[in-house]
Design a protein around this ligand. Structure first.
Ligand code: CMX
Length: 132
């Protein structure tokens, strides 16, 4: 596996509309895309910070990964995503080392990128994503 950088940090928010002004007006970042990822039941907003992005995640339903996260832990950092060359190979590699996967094969995520999640119970409590 070849991790080159943090592709993005996912941050759970109750409302994109209420969260975006902090990133734009206080931090001076620009929201360059808002996208619904229907199969993940989230609405996302993206900001570039060098090679890394911030991905704000607003749940479209309470019964969803991000909806449950906010209900249990409140708003805040939800996951870290590493850029890798090959998601399928990286998932296989960590699985062989004993890591529990959420996604056994890559699937399409926001921005059309191929992604795969590792289970936070296997990663020291940090929901981890590989992105290609
Ligand atoms: N970070 C760390 N721990 C997390 C977590 C997160 N984001 N979300 C849940 N957990 C922990 C919970 O705290 C809980 O721990 P305890 O058992 O110690 O209380 C445990 O995981 C189970 O939590 P749960 O609320 O019962 O949630 P589920 O088991 O239903 O699902 C998870 C948890 C991580 C498997 C699920 O959220 C998932 O599949 N996530 C991957 C997909 C995803 O997050 N999609 C949204 C983003 C999409 C995008 O970026 O486009």
């Amino acid at each position: 596996m070849n991790i080159t950088h943090i592709e993005h940090l996912g941050i759970a928010v109750k409302s994109l509309q209420e969260a975006i002004p902090y990133y734009e007006n206080i931090l001076g970042l620009k929201c360059y895309a808002v996208e619904e990822v229907v199969d993940q039941k989230v609405k996302t907003a993206f900001f570039k910070v060098g090679d890394t992005k911030i991905e704000l995640l607003e749940p479209m339903e309470t019964d969803s990964a991000v909806g449950k996260f906010i209900e249990n832990k409140g708003e805040g950092i939800h996951h870290i995503a590493f850029k890798v060359d090959d998601v399928a190979r990286s998932l296989k590699e960590v699985e062989e080392k004993g890591v529990r996967l959420i996604d056994s094969a890559p699937r399409k995520g926001a921005e059309g990128l191929m992604i795969g999640f590792l289970h936070p119970k296997s990663t020291g409590g940090v929901l981890t994503e590989f992105c290609e």
